[in-house]
Write a protein of this length. Structure first.
Length: 129
């Protein structure tokens, strides 16, 4: 088994190198794979935008469990993640995409939550005695 190489149809994507029983991931190679996998999952219009690279990088180091890099970015790979943003911005799609980086590991659960905030106006009444 070569966990650093992902086979998609007739193409192979090498995400890094395998040394001393450990994968040394290469973020540029990961991006190539994510772009290709994104088009497979979501259509040919899929594109990773440069303004999204920082969050994608953090998600990748979290998913691959790079302890040193997670510490550097204040991420705890032993805890869950909470992504927030407007409806339709790609939170769920992004998590569905990055899960393919580690097919050799148990898949995590994605829980989608739609939270509506209720605005409450409180009026205080005083009674005169």
């Amino acid at each position: 088994m070569t966990p650093h190489i992902i086979q998609e149809s007739n193409l192979s994507y090498q995400l890094g190198s395998f040394k001393n029983n450990c994968i040394q991931y290469d973020f540029d190679k990961i991006l190539v794979y994510l772009e290709a996998k994104g088009r497979m999952l979501f259509g040919q219009q899929f594109k990773i935008h440069s303004e999204d690279l920082e969050i994608i990088y953090k998600l990748c180091i979290y998913i691959i469990q790079d302890i040193e890099k997670c510490k550097k970015h204040n991420l705890d790979p032993n805890k869950g993640l909470l992504l927030s943003g407007p409806v339709g911005c790609g939170k769920t799609s992004l998590m569905k995409l990055v899960r393919h980086l580690t097919p050799h590991k148990t898949q995590y659960k994605i829980i989608v939550s739609r939270i509506n905030f209720l605005s409450v106006s409180v009026t205080y009444y005083s009674s005169s005695v």
